[in-house]
Design a protein around this ligand. Structure first.
Ligand code: 5AD
Ligand code: SF4
Length: 477
């Protein structure tokens, strides 16, 4: 679910949550301007596209400069304390804009809104609206309340809401790759994680609506979709009388296969996988479909079984390594990435060495690495002392980051001299003489523009050299 290129360039703990996205879409008839800024995981970015769609129906067109906006929404992340701090700082700037422009609406969406609820309105006097991830349909009403002079909150979580019928407005799109949310919420209860509290119970979206969204994207020229969920492997759709498909059940492997079989020219990616739930059936589906990218994001969190137990990850080191073996056996060329937390409660130096050694065993293509940040209300905050000193967490993080740097380089160097199947996603950030696009394993390639090919085409690229995060090559016939 990630901007891997950027993550690799800045491998410290900010990599995954620090992304900020300004958006722009066109809706000529709209009479009011909306500005949305998103933080956190891809699910949040995807949700902002749903919000843009809901508000477009009420005449809001999105702009990418907040000084032009009539309503500013900030879609927030609560996963670590520094993610929240960043939002607070940004709100100060929006507050200043509001003082200068009475009537400007400032709303907070997403996980931080859900975590703090009405308290947000007490703490941030310039915020008008607080809306949790399951209440976006209610936004037009909440805006109306604010226009009538109130401040408004809706943080109800739902067991059903999947926004299945809403066609997201693609924001900041390259016109080639898009995200499709296939499920919402999370039932895992990892002890460090606030997500089950902010995003509620797990629910899977109707596969028909997912297939339709993928087909519509393909028809509009898109060539890659990433199926998104907090834990995609536990996707399970169960039909009902109400929806007219009683008895139908679809698991993730089946959904993945159905999406892949829509069109061989549509690439499919997915994120995030859980080591406890990823099945061989998923791996076989990947092996059997050339258009399912050979790349799995498989967060390990720690290499030590005792720490994994405290984290309530429900697998141990051996189980994790067995799943990696299964991936390597069934899809030998598969790229693997991970999330890693350093300095979780009670983590000793020896436990930390286990994390470094599991990294050595797997040699991840990429990793997202974080120092543990205690989150109020989580299992860990209630049960365990946050007893690893900050400087120890940071030092261990530096060691993990350093090791990952070596492994990323090892993986990318192995790609030099090989031919890669690449979808052209656009022009390189540095030069419009170069295209960029990713190989199956999600590594970014940069190669000179060849006028015979355009953005959205597939090409074969020979990797000729590399930096730590990018392969440099040329198109071959
Ligand atoms: N502290 C640090 N990192 C965390 N993550 C989740 N919760 C925390 C926390 N409290 C990391 C995990 C997860 C990723 C999305 O963020 O590694 O997989
Ligand atoms: Fe995404 Fe989790 Fe952050 Fe919410 S708390 S935005 S689900 S990473």
């Amino acid at each position: 679910m990630l901007d891997l290129k950027r993550a690799n360039n800045t491998p410290l703990e900010e990599t995954r949550q620090g992304e900020v996205l300004d958006i722009a879409t066109e809706d000529i008839q709209a009479s009011k301007n909306l500005y949305i800024e998103s933080y956190g995981c891809q699910m949040n970015f995807s949700d902002s596209e749903i919000v843009a769609s809901i508000l477009a129906e009420r005449g809001y067109k999105t702009v990418n400069d907040f000084s032009e906006a009539d309503a500013i929404f900030i879609n927030t992340c609560a996963i670590r304390e520094n993610a929240e701090q960043r939002v607070r700082n940004r709100l100060k700037e929006f507050g200043a804009a509001k003082r200068a422009k009475p009537g400007l609406i400032v709303g907070v969406l997403g996980c931080m809104a859900e975590r703090l609820k009405a308290k947000f309105l007490e703490e941030e006097k310039l915020v008008d609206i607080v809306v949790g991830p399951d209440a976006y349909r209610n936004l037009p009403n909440l805006i109306a309340e604010v226009q009538a002079g109130d401040r408004a909150v809706n943080v109800l979580l739902s067991r059903e809401e999947t926004y299945a019928d809403i066609s997201p407005i693609r924001l900041n799109s390259n016109g080639v790759t898009a995200f499709i949310s296939i499920m919402r919420g999370c039932d895992n209860m990892c002890s460090f994680c606030v997500v089950p509290f902010t995003r509620g119970r797990e629910r899977s979206r109707d596969p028909k609506s997912i297939l339709k969204e993928a087909q519509d994207l393909f028809d509009a020229g898109y060539r890659e979709v990433t199926l998104l969920g907090q834990n995609v492997d536990s996707y399970k759709y169960e039909g009902s009388e109400e929806t007219g498909d009683a008895g139908q059940t679809v698991n993730f492997a089946q959904l993945l296969t159905m999406v892949a079989e829509l069109n061989p020219l549509l690439r499919v990616r997915f994120s995030t996988s859980h080591p406890k739930d990823i099945t061989d059936e998923v791996l076989y589906s990947m092996r059997d479909h050339d258009n399912i990218c050979k790349y799995i994001h498989l967060p390990v969190q720690s290499g030590n079984s005792r720490v994994l137990k405290l984290m309530n990850r429900t697998y141990d080191r051996e189980w994790y390594l067995e799943r990696v073996d299964a991936i390597r056996r069934i899809i030998p060329e598969c790229g693997i990435s991970a999330d890693i937390i350093t300095g979780f409660c009670t983590e000793t130096e020896a436990d930390h060495q286990d994390t470094l050694s599991i990294m050595d065993e797997v040699k991840y293509d990429f990793a997202y690495m974080f120092a543990y940040s205690e989150r109020p209300g989580t299992l860990a905050a209630r049960k365990y002392e946050d007893d690893v000193p900050e400087e120890v967490k940071k030092r261990r993080l530096t060691e993990v980051v350093e090791k990952q740097r070596e492994h990323s380089l090892y993986r990318i160097q192995n790609f030099v001299g090989k031919v890669h199947h690449v979808l052209i996603e656009g022009f390189s950030k540095r030069s419009d003489q170069d295209y960029c696009g990713r190989n199956d394993q999600n590594t970014m390639l940069v190669f000179p523009v060849d006028p015979r090919y355009k953005v959205g085409d597939y090409v074969k690229v020979l990797g000729e050299s590399c930096t730590s995060a990018t392969l440099i090559g040329r198109i071959i016939d």
